[in-house]
Write a protein that binds this ligand. Sequence first.
Ligand code: CP
Length: 316
Amino acid sequence: MNIQIIMNNYFKKNLVSVEDIKREDVDVLFNRADEMKRLVEEKGGDERLKNKILAALFYEPSSRTFSSFITAMQRLGGGFIPFNGMANTSVAKGETLEDTAKVFSTYADIIVFRHPEKGSSSQIARTSSVPVINAGDGIGEHPTQALLDTYTISKHFTSLNSLTIGMIGDLLNGRTVHSLAKLFVKLGIKNFIWVSPNLLKMPEEINNLVTRNGGKLVETEMLADVIGEMDVIYDTRVQKERFTDIAVYEKLKLACVINQDVMKKAKKTALLMHPLPRVGEISAEVDEDPRALYFREQIRNGLYVRMALLDLILNK
Ligand code: CP
């Protein structure tokens, strides 16, 4: 009999960056996410996180990440503290991140944290006595989005290694693309195409990571020239909240719009993805295209992957 022992390397650990996860742990998470999908479809959920509390500390707006973590906790029988709308909390009185972390790690078993400053998740993780999941730290990272996106892609291709990945939009400020690129490199993907206005190019740190690991990189401003080569078309919005000069934002915000005409140039087998929210960079007419997965798959997979993460971090 072949008995395989599956290690849970997530137990009681932080998830601040995709760098915190080993290659083999990605498969553990995705298998657990498959289990969560079956659980939700068959029974709606269970009680495995009964008596566990999640504190959702959100210093920046969120619809999906905030709500999907809360839904995930509830579907597994746990409770939650929704700590957002900071104007009505003691954050407005000047309470520090460190003190807030101490307080909420007393109430809760896990903290899910979003904040406008890059590096703030590491900062809070150093003070918290319970695990911290980074739900987006400024222009830094958004590891759970990268995991749910990769989980979604893994359902469409037998192997990821030979894929050509296109990332489009605000690659400078988009934390989802930063985490996703790092995760793809970890998974052995080698072919990347970045499409962005010159002012919003992918940070050198990410490009260096790609090339150091033997990856091939094309950078361009012209989506039409390269969309036909992409297996995954990962679009992102221009991040208005990161601009100091709003006139520059206005000039760049729709530099690249994906509509039906643009999609005619894409492969029949390509996946069109977006972390959402979108603000005009994908026309609504594209939503019915079977290649468009942002509403059809990414949202639901986000729930399963976050349920899986909470289960793995909170249960041995
Ligand atoms: N994708 C994403 O992070 O969405 P929210 O900002 O709504 O959480």
